[in-house]
Design a protein around this ligand. Sequence first.
Ligand code: DP6
Length: 402
Amino acid sequence: MPENNKEKINMVTCTAPVNIAVIKYWGKRNEELILPINSSLSVTLHQDQLKTTTTIATSRSFQEDRIWLNGKEEDITHPRLQSCLREIRRLARKRRNDGEIGLDSASLSHKVHICSVNNFPTAAGLASSAAGFACLVYTLARVFGVEGELSGIARQGSGSACRSMYGGFVQWIMGKKDDGKDSLAQQVATETHWPELRILVLVASAERKPIGSTSGMQTSVQTSCLLQHRAESIVTGRMADMIEAVRKRDFTAFAELTMKDSNQFHATCLDTYPPIFYLSSVSQQVISLVHRYNRHYEETRVAYTFDAGPNAVIFILQQHVPEFVQLVQHFFPSDTNRGQFIKGLPVNSVSLSEDLKQAIGLEPMSKGISYIISTKVGPGPCVVEDSTLYLLGSDGFPKKTA
Ligand code: DP6
């Protein structure tokens, strides 16, 4: 073993959550700094079900910056990754120059080894880049002794990542400045604010790979006048209404705004030229199911939202979860046993009345949904103290998992 491998290694592990937007971000006014054309608002999902874990080590012995994602070494020169590394190192240097406690100049020049994994399948089509970049920035900041506002750096990894820097309900204020200094995430309510709120991720059976959000939104900005109208005249009012609905825990208002904003986002995708389709026939069946269910009870009990893919994210109050999940199982029959079909927070099984099934009146779609992740609102990034959970070994390289 070369002598320099005995050098001291500084290592930190953190986790960060996935978030789902209820007022959507779609479109940038500055591609490089990732500045949006409108503000957005999201709900942070609980990390017990969905999270990224990242270990970062620095050592004088490391020859170069390296990164391993979900078991595979990836290209560290990726521009957005470089932006996050550069910004954290810049802040660390500034802290040291300002005479604050931080790293000595030697440690500042050390190379990093980064290792990151998700506790959910990438194939689930969930926005893993938001949790991934939030975790990267949060962990890097700990390693380099940087404190304070970090959402502006996470934003430069992936726009939606800035919202994963906080738990609960989070707004990303678009800001006005050209340098992006005021384009930051801010918590609207904590993760304990609305304990009855449940979230179900209905993972649609994989079809083709949809167009990525980065390039999709570029085409939308260039071609959709509906998107311009949305940014100029719709979102500001909706943000205020959504914040009020969250603060008051007004489920009806929250649910209706969530569905309308998801629908408007997908309408701007259709208004993009050539058009982009993220919703599949399964998504459409989920939309019908939700509206028919709400109509049957003459009450808005369930809401859906869809990002740049066919998976539905459902918001529902705890007391209605068992019946709605049973309906999903009925209208999307699957060979998978119940334990495999419903992951995450346990859901009691109930029997459905014939009345309700008839009122919904949809044709069952076999195997349309692979599984459901049952979760709730959760906290922001956390530090992992238990070193047995670190992803890098004491040599600073990924641990061999059996
Ligand atoms: C539909 O944050 O993935 O999920 O900033 O280019 O990395 P980049 O895009 P990204 O876009 C997310 C779009 C969305 C809506 C949302 O999360 O607000």
